[in-house]
Design a protein. Structure first.
Lengths: 479, 68
């Protein structure tokens, strides 16, 4: 077994046992990134990573993450490392500060190796909206890795790094995790600081981890949660994220969301999820049907709220303070040509949709109503959690789809997030773990819990992961 | 683009048919009030740092073409 086959926890243990070093780990992973055939990374900071790895190797007492390498979604700022959010609008941009959550991980001993590909400004479900390149699914190079954090998911599945960070607005961590056969978690809204995250839809955005195993995801999250004075929506974390140790689910009541197991779910996905529900019962859990009547209205609600918020957030990109500019003779023309030339089609589509939904005369019909549907969603989840501890559903209605399959039909692309969006609208934590294969492609199981139930979620996911024994190695991957 | 947006709006119109009488809006899923920090000065970016990433900058500020 090579170094890249070790989980992050395994790599930490190997460093602490003196069997390897941070620099040796870095070399193994940089070689894999150099030989990358799925195009997961947009930028690699080999020199910076090496300097940091050597520093950590020279420490008399290693920090908790022991110099294990990590990849960062390109939506998160890393000081002096080019950060584009997948957009020509930020081509060449070098941030002046590092996102708080990344700085927390660096302080805990993670070594940032580079920035991963993503849909432009996190808008998309396949990473095909990246202005720079497509990322390929490690399980089938003709298919998408999911999105918007597709580069982060593919890099972990391909073992180019043992873990990465992503951001999740409507499913952008959980859905690519599902499509790439790995673990991805969206924490409770406010759990992780967003200072330094390039904003998409601020009432929904949240940063979270990708890893091959639940234990690694928990370990990253432990060092990320907490209140940050730089993000006034961040929250004090009650207690600590624990290392998950559960091996059974006795006494746990798991609700299956009927609305998310219906006709829109591919038969192969449903079969794999059904089998996982059987495993939950074998582990001592009780599976009960639960209804979230507004769940299927989530998609329409989200596609009012998120575009409305992005239309405001993306107003800052005007070519004046950062990023490239399309020069023009006067200021208004410069704004128009810069934004016209440098934003991609999906970003423009959403900004126009958002400004329409906020326009006077339409505000109450769209934005106002969407906010009220959101209330229904919050209430329905609260009612469900009076009866059950966790909710289970597919993460994605389909397995990874072929590249180019949905680029011509925006709403077909939006459907990829139908199972993840309701949780996002309610601000709840959820994790996707691989639960099986359909037609040789990974299927993700989504577990969601009440706000701040991360430890319970991680524990249940860990127990289930042990029993499911999913092999995260994509076919043909050489390590 | 116009057709695409119309197509998306047709799907979104589903929420216009829902019965939402008496349901208040949710603007934010966590309720925080008066999030303020102590009124203590802290250092920010220097002018040089703030201008570093601008496509056009003068010694004193961001450079833009004239406003007609």
């Amino acid at each position: 077994m090579g170094l890249r086959d070790l989980t992050a926890a395994g790599q930490i243990a190997a460093v602490l046992a003196g069997e390897t070093s941070s620099e040796e780990l870095l070399d193994a992973h940089l070689a894999a990134i150099a030989a990358d055939d799925v195009d997961a990374f947009l930028a690699v900071d080999a020199d910076g990573a090496r300097a940091r790895a050597r520093e950590i190797d020279a420490m008399p007492e290693r920090p908790p993450l022991a110099g294990v390498p990590i990849g960062i979604k390109d939506a998160l700022s890393v000081r002096d490392v080019v950060t584009t959010a997948g957009s020509r609008m930020l081509e060449g941009f070098r941030p002046l500060y590092t996102a708080t959550c990344v700085a927390q991980l660096e302080a805990a001993g993670a070594v940032v190796v580079g920035k991963t590909n993503m849909d432009e400004f996190a808008m998309g479900s396949s990473t095909e909206n990246s202005a720079f390149k497509n990322t390929l699914n490690p399980w089938d190079h003709g298919r998408v890795p999911g999105g918007s954090s597709g580069g982060s998911a593919a890099a972990v599945a391909e073992r180019q790094v043992p873990w990465t960070l992503g951001s999740d607005t409507g499913g952008s961590i959980r859905q690519p995790a599902a499509l790439c056969g790995i673990v991805g978690m969206k924490p409770t809204y406010g759990a992780v600081s967003r200072s330094g995250l390039i904003a998409f839809a601020s009432s929904l955005d949240q940063v979270g981890p990708f890893a091959r195993i639940v234990e690694d995801a928990a370990l990253l999250l432990r060092h990320m949660v907490g209140r940050d004075p730089m993000d006034s929506t961040s929250l004090d974390w009650p207690g600590e994220i624990a290392a998950p140790t559960a091996t059974d689910l006795s006494g746990m009541r798991v609700g299956v969301v009927g609305e998310l197991m219906g006709d829109g779910i591919e038969p192969g996905v449903r079969a794999a999820v059904d089998a996982a529900l059987g495993t939950i019962e074998e582990l001592g859990g009780t599976v009960v049907p639960v209804s979230l009547p507004s769940a299927l209205s989530g998609l329409a609600t989200y596609y009012v709220l998120a575009p409305a918020e992005c239309s405001a957030n993306l107003a800052r990109f005007d070519g004046v303070r950062y990023g490239p500019v399309a020069p023009a003779a006067n200021l208004l023309d410069q704004y128009e040509t810069t934004r016209g030339d440098l934003f991609g089609p999906e970003v423009k589509r959403r900004m126009m949709l958002g400004t329409f939904a906020l326009a006077s005369g339409y505000y109450d019909q769209y934005y106002g109503r969407a906010q009220r549907v959101r209330t229904l969603m919050v209430r329905e989840f609260a009612q469900a959690f009076e009866k059950v501890d966790l909710l289970a559903s597919p993460t994605s209605p389909t397995v990874a789809f072929p590249l180019g399959d949905r680029t011509a039909d925006p709403y077909a692309m939006y459907m990829a997030d139908v199972c993840t969006i309701p949780v996002s609208l309610a601000g709840l934590p959820a994790i996707s773990i691989p639960c099986g294969l359909a037609d040789g492609l990974p299927v993700g199981l989504q577990l969601a819990g009440p706000a701040f139930s991360e430890n319970a979620l991680l524990g249940a996911a860990h127990a289930l992961e042990g029993a499911l024994a999913f092999d995260t190695r994509p076919p043909g991957l050489v390590t | 683009m116009r057709e695409e947006l119309s197509g998306i709006l047709e799907h979104i119109d589903a929420i216009r048919a829902m019965d939402l009488d008496g349901v208040p809006p949710t603007t934010h899923v966590i309720t925080l009030e008066n999030v303020v920090r102590p009124d203590v000065p802290v250092s920010g970016l220097t002018r040089d740092e703030a201008l570093r990433e601008a496509a056009h900058a003068t010694d004193e500020g961001f450079g833009v073409p004239r406003m007609d």
